[in-house]
Design a protein around this ligand. Structure first.
Ligand SMILES: [Zn+2]
Length: 195
């Protein structure tokens, strides 16, 4: 009995370490990209109750994690209404929670946003001089990953940001034409895309 117990523990730990190393090559690429975009580091790895994968600047509270699940709930529901089938599992999503580079928008509304390189928004009304403030940003399509800022209140906004960034990823995998038409907001158009 004692031997069996030891074997199970050992088996368990081998499986565990294999899983970790299989994830880490891809995750390292994602972490590098998130760091490049935000200049933050992401020492915390956790998951939402429903299994979305989270990297964060610090341990997110349960309201934050629940709000992320709620956003994905809404995304998956509307995706199924559109007969989309791919990437509708919580664990398909790796979500980075970065430091907020501002907490108020121009109208002084609570709006934790990240400053990101202007890219296709250079010269547009969003351009702040080489960067723009974004509520969230897609980091990778395969696997699905995006980043948004820490919130200390207004968790409804978190659910919305998650749903809206997720829309780009769901469209990429299920409806490439519509993805192409809606990926770039610099020419107008916003969220929600899916109804
Ligand atoms: Zn968008």
């Amino acid at each position: 009995m004692k031997n069996l117990y030891i074997l199970l523990i050992l088996g368990g730990s081998i499986f565990f370490s294999q899983t970790i190393s299989a994830q880490s090559r891809v995750d390292r690429i994602l972490i590098n990209e998130a760091t490049r975009i935000t200049n933050d580091s992401f020492p915390v790895f956790t998951a939402t109750p429903k299994g979305a994968r989270i990297y964060a600047v610090k341990q997110p509270n349960s309201a934050m994690l629940d709000a992320i699940d709620k956003g994905l709930d809404e995304l998956f529901t509307v995706a199924k209404k559109n007969n989309y089938k791919k990437r509708l599992n919580y664990a398909d999503y790796t979500i980075f929670i970065a430091k907020a580079d501002r907490t108020q928008d121009r109208d002084r509304n609570y709006s934790p946003d990240i400053a990101v390189p202007a890219g296709q928004y250079a010269g547009s009304v969003y351009d702040q001089g080489g960067f723009i403030y974004a509520a969230g940003m897609v980091l990778a399509y395969n696997p699905c990953a995006f980043v948004f800022a820490e919130h200390t209140k207004d968790y409804t906004r978190v659910s919305n940001v998650v749903r809206y960034e997720g829309e780009h990823l769901v469209l990429y995998h299920n409806d490439r034409k519509r993805y192409n038409e809606t990926a770039d907001h610099s020419q107008g158009g916003g969220h929600p895309i899916l109804n």
